[in-house]
Design a protein. Structure first.
Length: 152
């Protein structure tokens, strides 16, 4: 059965493996080059940031006690509103469609509510139907499309 819990120190190597898998799974998708660009997006830096304070949270999802997914969220602001941001939600392919992804999103939503958030945003790359469906199943609705053009 699936379960969700905060990531522990003992989970960090597995989280690094999952995050590396998440990045590799999207690296050829439209928009991924910009999403994965920059010095702060390597797995080590992301995990340190997500475990680094009260404005961030890192969860692991398990199935039959084995860590098969992770989700990370941060809290920021949008005007006067306190807004949660789902920064990552990934379940390894062999463990999908058994409820782990939905449980991870629900775990983040509960943490965002406890953190006083009034809203939550999540991102999905163009054409990433599985992420879009996961978030829509959890009650999310598209509110903004970001279009990009490189000038160089």
């Amino acid at each position: 059965m699936e379960a969700v819990r905060p990531a522990s120190e003992a989970d960090l190597e597995r989280c690094r493996e999952l995050l590396t898998g998440a990045q590799a799974s999207v690296e050829n998708e439209r928009g991924a080059a910009l999403l994965l660009a920059g010095p702060g997006v390597n797995p080590g830096a992301l995990l340190a940031r997500w475990r680094g304070g009260p404005a961030s949270h890192l969860l692991v999802g398990t199935y039959d006690g084995v860590v098969v997914g992770l989700a990370a969220g941060t809290v920021g602001g949008l005007g006067a509103r306190r807004v949660g941001q789902v920064e990552c939600c990934y379940v390894e392919p062999a463990a999908r469609a058994v409820g782990v992804g939905g449980a991870l999103v629900q775990g983040l939503l509960e943490w965002f509510a406890e953190a006083g958030c009034t809203d939550v945003d999540a991102i999905a790359l163009p054409g990433d139907r599985s992420s879009k469906q996961l978030f829509e199943t959890s009650g999310f609705k598209a509110r903004l499309l970001v279009l990009h053009r490189s000038l160089g």
